[in-house]
Design a protein around this ligand. Structure first.
Ligand code: NAD
Ligand code: MG
Length: 405
């Protein structure tokens, strides 16, 4: 349970600009974050930026925002990064350990926007020396949510949700009356295949699956949105962020993506946050919290929108949602294995090695095998979580290979 507390990031408690690091700085969330930072350079003092392989984009961003250090995950790219940064005043480093070290540099806010379970070690490291972590990397909470949140509470580090649904809920959650929360509702756009039959989904290409109707996002989360696994991962994420039972969390499909999240109270009030489908709103909310600052986002035009619609998700056509719900109910190591299997399956689909509907099948079969092998213990440490993640990946890779034969 991690409730919003007031004060720690208030201007009175710090002097000067906000010291900020951005992990995954070249991605969709990372570039939106840097866009906001670049519009108010005096408000920020950029400590570290990290990326996996795009040295040109990383170096350009690091010089633009005046970062102290830029770190590239791919060790072989060190020379290229160092060359690009020579004489700029930005230090260069490379390798996964250097990303973890950068994450652990003292900062007021670390934005964790690496994709996948690769973000777990850096996100945990950020809890060591940051005042607050703005968490976009939902896979951290899915793979090791109990571990991460326990550590955040122990160290007194605030976790601010970047994910639009969770940020919406964070905004409308009444921490003073938390016992009167009856239900937390996540909205789902339904993705590009909302109205397709299973037979139609069988043949969809990665290109088609990557075309999200409302949001512009990284490749992995775009596929997760097409399978509705993203919403399943978000239920698990919400379970760790907000103090409610799994049966108090639900999903409603809302194709306009105007309402991002809702909280129902026992008195019948249903509070929602609405806005344009632009991640710069939740990111700006995290960067300014507990204040608010202007963001360069088109205001939501209710009259132009005209109609908001809601429908129940179809778990028969989107089995990934049901698989994630079952993993949430099962708890312990199940969400970690679910996430590992999904990452392997999505990568295989994007590479053209399996078909769209195989993603859910690979995840389901991996979970059954992991259960059979007695692998579902709750990860109690980073080593445990990484080892369970690796085992899940191995089982899933075998499932992918079996389907390619
Ligand atoms: P992306 O693919 O656009 O960017 C990922 C970033 O992580 C890049 O900077 C990349 O260099 C870095 N990265 C990739 N693999 C890495 C590795 N092994 N080690 C270190 N760094 C690595 O992804 P994104 O869409 O920006 O999503 C980032 C996270 O935010 C994901 O967890 C996603 O679920 C979450 N999220 C994204 C959105 C969105 O609109 N894009 C919305 C909500 C939540
Ligand atoms: Mg989301």
């Amino acid at each position: 349970m991690h409730l919003p507390r007031s004060g720690a990031l208030a201007p009175s408690s710090r002097s000067g600009p906000l010291r900020i690091s951005v992990l995954g700085a070249t991605g969709s969330i990372g570039t939106s974050t840097l866009d906001l930072i670049g519009r108010e350079p005096d408000r920020f003092d950029v400590v570290a930026l990290t990326a996996q392989s795009n040295t040109a984009a990383l170096a350009e961003a690091a010089v633009r925002v005046g970062a102290a250090v830029a770190v590239i995950g791919d060790e072989t790219a060190y020379g290229e990064l160092a060359e690009r940064l020579a004489g700029t005043g930005v230090a260069a480093a490379a390798g996964p350990d250097a990303i973890v070290e950068a994450a652990a540099r003292p900062a007021d806010l670390v934005v964790s926007a690496i994709v996948g379970a690769a973000g777990l070690a850096p996100s945990l490291a950020a809890l060591g020396a940051a005042e607050a972590v703005a968490l976009a990397n939902k896979e951290t909470l899915v793979s090791a949510g109990t571990l991460f949140m326990t550590e955040a509470v122990r160290r007194g580090v605030r976790v601010l949700p970047v994910d639009s649904e969770h940020n919406a809920i964070f905004q409308v959650l009444d921490a003073e009356n938390i016992r009167e929360v009856a239900e937390i509702i996540l909205t789902a756009s339904g993705g590009p295949f909302r109205t397709l039959s299973l037979a139609e989904m069988a043949g969809v290409t990665p290109e088609r699956a990557l075309k999200h109707p409302n949001w512009s996002m990284g490749r992995k989360i775009s596929i997760d949105s097409a399978t509705l696994m993203n919403k399943g991962l978000e239920l698990i994420e919400a379970h760790h962020l907000f103090p409610v039972r799994p049966d108090q969390l639900s999903v409603v499909v809302h194709p306009q993506s105007a309402v991002h999240g809702l909280v129902r109270y026992t008195d019948g009030s249903l509070l929602a946050e609405l806005g344009s489908a632009d991640m710069r709103t939740p990111i700006a909310h995290c960067l300014a919290w507990p204040e608010r600052r202007p963001a360069p986002v088109a205001p939501l035009d209710l009259v132009a929108l005209g109609t908001l619609t809601f429908e129940a998700p179809d778990r028969a056509r989107f089995p990934c949602l049901a698989l994630a719900e079952a993993a949430l109910a099962e708890g312990r190591g199940a969400p970690c294995v679910l996430n590992a299997a999904n990452e392997i399956a999505v990568e295989a689909f994007l590479d053209g090695r399996i078909r769209f509907l195989d993603i859910a099948a690979v995840v389901a079969d991996t979970l059954s095998r992991a259960r059979g092998a007695g692998m579902m213990a709750e990860p109690a440490s980073l080593v445990d979580a990484e080892s369970l993640d690796a085992s899940g990946r191995r089982l899933a890779a075998a499932e992918v290979a079996r389907r390619m034969q």
